[in-house]
Ligand binder design. Structure first.
Ligand code: FAD
Length: 478
């Protein structure tokens, strides 16, 4: 098959999966007024691949399948191919109003991490995981599936390892091994796109000790597997106005708590089972690819911020004011530095078993930079835009015969910009920075792809600290 349409994707989601949201059981995620908003967002990855101008970026000839496939599945063999993966993620995000579409990116990040680590496990312990991972990866590429990734365990007491927790189910674990497969129990938090993906891939969240052997498990499962329940965060519904919520009404991800109540996983879908020594290695290998994805999808958000600030300045007649220009320039720099981290991570990649692996120093530094600066750049945009961002009337007020003309006249800006146009821009800025979705953007920027501390740990690991110490010692030499 190798290339599906958006409607093929929607049809695949009608499989009886157990999804709950706001206290309701959602029988069909493609028919629900809330879930459908995020289904449509995810489906766009298929529609974009059909656009002639984007096809060369979104589709490639897969040598293992012998047919065209989604470029998300390309295994990067060179720095140029790794860069092309970043170009794809960046352009996909730009096409979707700066909202990341995770459904093919995160799954292929973890497939790449698994391809790298499975070989290492096999060489060290004589297992045969690499062959399984390859077959699974080829099947996913051939079926052109979307994937969610469940790595973050619910974790209970963060100071304790899984085997030390009062409740052993606070990290996902193997409760039974049978001739046909394993049975897993536990829960993972914050699973983006789980309710609207075809496949779920599960990997450990951190390094483990030998006593944590039963928690060292990686596998994949269909989302409709018996015993699997997803409890979603609420998002906007399709009855909301796209004028008032220009981004989040059309482009939004959903997260869920993913609960495994004795879910059976056949052996061909098991990629780690008890090899505790490799749990941390797999977590890190995935994170290296995923932080590269992060520095790839973030520049379009910087572009939106910069463009919105520049337009607000124009609408206010302030585009020539030096102080305002400096603020717009700061937003342009935020975007440029984030993109620079991605380009450096690709061009300075390393190779593992013939796979181009992003340079961890640059992707960690880039992710930490854009996350730790994000709240500040939100403030810069809000500063330039002014208070109307949160005091603006709505589309319904514009449509009203009595209030609409008042808004058009009194909320007008410079150079003939009418109230409607100015209001549209203010709603965009509110949606991105000061709405429920704006708050989400702040949190996802901080914690998505791992908390700030995780990037610092990665940066420390990848830095040549000994080399730098030697430099200082040399400088101190008499
Ligand atoms: C919107 C969103 C989408 C996400 N999508 C996904 C997804 O698709 N799949 C997935 O697997 N995960 C996902 N994540 C999870 C994300 O990677 C985590 O939120 C992040 O790793 C932090 O984990 P946590 O939320 O459990 O916070 P916590 O672990 O509770 O961290 C809170 C704070 O405590 C610190 N901390 C934690 N443990 C320790 C310790 N032992 N010692 C010292 N300090 C500690 C952390 O550094 C942080 O500062 C998503 C998160 C968000 C917010």
């Amino acid at each position: 098959m190798a290339l599906r349409t958006a409607n093929d994707y929607r049809a695949g989601l009608r499989d009886g999966r157990r999804v709950w949201a706001a206290g309701r059981r959602i029988e069909d995620v493609t028919a629900d007024p809330m879930l459908r908003v995020t289904v449509d967002h995810s489906a766009e990855v298929f529609a974009l691949a059909e656009q002639p101008a984007l096809r060369p970026l979104f589709v490639y000839d897969d040598p293992e399948l012998g047919e065209p496939a989604s470029a998300y599945f390309r295994i990067p063999r060179t720095a140029a191919e790794l860069r092309a993966r970043g170009d794809l993620i960046e352009e996909n995000t730009r096409q979707q109003r700066s909202t990341f579409n995770i459904t093919k990116a995160v799954g292929t990040d973890v497939l790449l991490g698994l391809l790298v680590v499975a070989g290492e496990v096999d060489r060290a312990l004589g297992t045969t995981y690499l062959d399984r991972v390859r077959r699974y990866r080829n099947g996913c590429a051939r079926r052109d599936v979307t994937m969610a990734l469940a790595q973050t365990d619910v974790k209970g007491d963060r100071s304790l390892r899984p085997s030390q927790q009062a409740d052993p189910d606070l990290y996902v674990r193997v409760v039974r091994r049978t001739a046909d497969g394993i049975v897993v129990r536990g829960a993972k938090a914050h699973t983006t796109a789980g309710p609207v993906a075809d496949e779920l891939i599960v990997i450990p969240t951190r390094a483990f000790a030998e006593e944590d052997r039963d928690w060292a498990v990686a596998f994949s499962t269909p989302l409709a597997a018996p015993g699997l329940t997803m409890i979603c965060r609420p998002i906007i519904t399709e009855t909301a106005s796209a004028f008032d919520n220009p981004v989040s009404r059309r482009n939004i991800e959903i997260e869920c708590l993913t609960v495994f109540e004795d879910v059976f996983v056949p052996w061909e879908r098991v990629f780690l089972c008890g090899e505790w020594q490799f749990a941390g290695r797999l977590a890190t290998a995935f994170a290296t690819f995923h932080r590269y994805t992060a520095v790839s999808y973030k520049p379009p958000i910087g572009e939106m911020f910069c463009g919105a600030a520049a337009l607000a300045a124009e609408y206010h007649g302030l585009e020539r004011a030096g102080a305002i220009r400096s603020k717009v320039a700061r937003l342009a720099m935020y975007t440029a530095l984030t993109r620079a981290a991605r380009l450096a991570a690709a061009s300075e990649c390393r190779f593992a078993d013939g796979i181009a692996v992003p340079n961890g120093a640059y992707s960690n530094a880039g992710k930490h930079y854009f996350a730790s600066e994000f709240h500040d750049v939100v403030a810069v945009l809000q500063d330039v835009a002014g208070g109307l961002v949160i005091t603006a009337p709505t589309e319904a007020d514009l449509a009203n015969a009595e209030t609409g003309p008042l808004i058009e006249k009194y909320l007008a800006g410079a150079k003939g910009i009418g109230g409607r146009r100015r209001l549209a821009l203010m709603h965009l800025i509110r949606d991105l920075t000061a709405s429920d979705f704006g708050g989400y953007n702040m949190l996802v920027t901080l914690h998505g792809e791992g908390s700030l501390e995780a990037q610092l740990l990665g940066a420390y690991r990848d830095a040549d600290i000994d080399g730098m110490k030697a430099l200082v010692v040399r400088a101190l030499a008499p």
